[in-house]
Design a protein around this ligand. Structure first.
Ligand SMILES: Nc1nc2c(ncn2[C@@H]2O[C@H](COP(=O)(O)OP(=O)(O)O)[C@@H](O)[C@H]2O)c(=O)[nH]1
Ligand SMILES: [Mg+2]
Length: 196
């Protein structure tokens, strides 16, 4: 998949505010500060299509983008930020849950996990949801450049074991070096083209 252009369409909280479900849609989800905005910007070759922040917990809306005029990308609110109240965290969870269970044109979800942190309760919950809803999952381990190559492998071991996956099933990504960018675009393209 070659991304020629990307446009921000709108932000939404509830389904009545979503864009029309006209295009195949790929959503991006992950713990806040996992590098989601940076990953989307890297994919679409833009420095600031999506705002990045060193302060976690800022993205609270569902953001819709149109890619190449025929594909939809969705930036879901980052979850699991400890410093916001329990009530806000529950609202975010609900927003993601409603989106995943109602969006008819959603073909796949890219789940971002910080390589240094590995999957936790929220990721397992999300994965189970996606399986139940029959939504394709692409698992991406982010910020690979923060670890040396041997340390990357060392960190991946237990994570893959917990997820019951092989190295070939996941993508190692870095927004800094663009590692994994082409591999991720290929997987997204595959999901869009081969959806029956
Ligand atoms: N070294 C490194 N830092 C990253 C990478 N991706 C994101 N970051 C940094 O992590 C912080 C959070 O990134 P952001 O994309 O805003 O995360 P989001 O909250 O998941 O959208 C920012 O300070 C980014 O510069 C990466 O691949 N490598
Ligand atoms: Mg963000």
């Amino acid at each position: 998949m070659i991304i020629k252009n990307a446009d921000f369409i709108k932000s939404a909280v509830k389904p009545s505010q979503y864009t029309e479900p006209d295009y195949p849609e790929i959503a991006f989800a992950g713990r806040s500060n996992v590098g989601k905005s940076s990953l989307i910007n890297t994919l679409v070759n833009r420095k600031k299509l999506v705002k990045t922040s060193s302060k976690p917990g800022m993205t609270q809306l569902i953001n819709f983008f149109v890619i190449n005029g025929d594909t939809s990308f969705v930036d879901l609110p980052g979850y699991g930020y400890a410093k916001v109240s329990k009530k806000i965290r529950q609202t975010w969870g609900k927003m993601i849950e409603i989106y995943l269970s109602t969006r008819q044109n959603l073909l796949g979800l890219v789940l971002l996990i910080d390589i240094r942190r590995g999957p936790e309760k929220e990721e397992f919950e999300l994965i189970n949801w996606l399986i139940k809803e029959r939504i394709n999952i692409i698992i991406v381990f982010t910020k690979a450049d923060k670890l040396s190559k041997p340390k990357q492998q060392k960190a991946l071991g237990p994570s893959l074991k917990k997820l019951n996956l092989q190295k070939e099933d996941i993508i190692l990504f870095s927004a800094k070096s663009k590692l994994g960018k082409d591999q991720l675009l290929k997987k997204i393209e595959y999901i869009i083209n081969y959806d029956e």
